[in-house]
Design a protein around this ligand. Sequence first.
Ligand SMILES: Cc1cc2nc3c(=O)[nH]c(=O)nc-3n(C[C@H](O)[C@H](O)[C@H](O)COP(=O)(O)O)c2cc1C
Length: 363
Amino acid sequence: MSQSQDITLLSPIKIGNQTLKNRLVMAPLTRNRAGEGLLPTEMNVTYYKQRASAGLIISEGTQIAEDALGYPLTPGIHSEDQIVAWRKVTDAVHKEEGLIFVQLWHCGRVSHSSMLPNGMKPLAPSAIKPAGEVYTYEGMKPYETPQAIATADIPKIIEQYRHAACCAVEAGFDGVEIHAANGYLLDQFLRDGSNKRDDQYGGSIENRARLIMEVTAAVCEIWDSKKVGIRLSPLQPFNDLYDSDPKATFSYIVKALNKFDLGYLHITEMGAENPGAAGPSFDISSLRELWNGIYMTNSNYDFASGNKALKEDKADLISFGKLFIANPDLPERFATNSPLNQPDPESFYGGDEKGYIDYPFMK
Ligand SMILES: Cc1cc2nc3c(=O)[nH]c(=O)nc-3n(C[C@H](O)[C@H](O)[C@H](O)COP(=O)(O)O)c2cc1C
């Protein structure tokens, strides 16, 4: 997509029939502050409402089923109670004339049996234990060897995505983002370091991409495809992920996803600072060329570098994570060239109102 030289982060953009008032997207941010039953709380309502001046909010990763959970106190989008609780969030954001998508999340092997139904082992493409430790309700624990999902059980996973997509409609979201990034289940299937299957979901790139394609098809049966985005992280080694040929893998999936005519492709450049850690490096700006629709990029952008990326036509949208944590009124601060609050990493994951809804507004 070629763009006018005048486009900045403060310019509106249309995605399907929805208009984003600016091109600053609030990136998905897990904050581990859901309430009992993994429901959003009044405090969560306030947090999202405070950030409704973003062109689009993408919610924190939100699990599609009980066995999709990976961390303590992350919300779900699969039960009646969760629908009702999320409705308060979406209503509050809409009252402020904001837009909000929910990020549909299955953590796969990044989990622990102590947090899963009936003490089940985490699910994964293959029974390969990630290196490192996982945060649980009882503190850090070593990862366990996950159970490989049987071929016959894959339709159940796709059905869980479909069900969560239906719940998202009922909860009043404006769309959904399929989380296929950062080492979680869909990414575990895509990359060959974690996928050693010998059925139609493993082996060739086409086979490893199959689950993402089937999940996207299922979600697009529920939602107008322009209200569906997808997130990928080609350079991200997080959660012990690796691919032997990321350029081929991600070029394939980006091209294949074109057929759905999605609202946007969201690429995070996380991992770029550590070239080679997730597999042989490549220039991910090549993915922009392969994508026919709206392209969002992410990681360590600020106002100047975000505007530069738009001007050079490297992206149509930029998502901001840490800056939105610390600056609920980020678009206004950018517009007026005002100083920014600094994010406090100590309060990123879990806790109370501190470092969550008490970052000051300019006014
Ligand atoms: C506290 C925190 C929580 C995050 N949670 C998620 C998440 O739920 N889903 C996701 O896709 N990325 C998540 N990320 C990654 C961010 O969306 C974003 O890609 C990252 O912070 C880099 O962007 P930034 O430099 O603008 O912060 C998280 C990052 C942080 C700092």
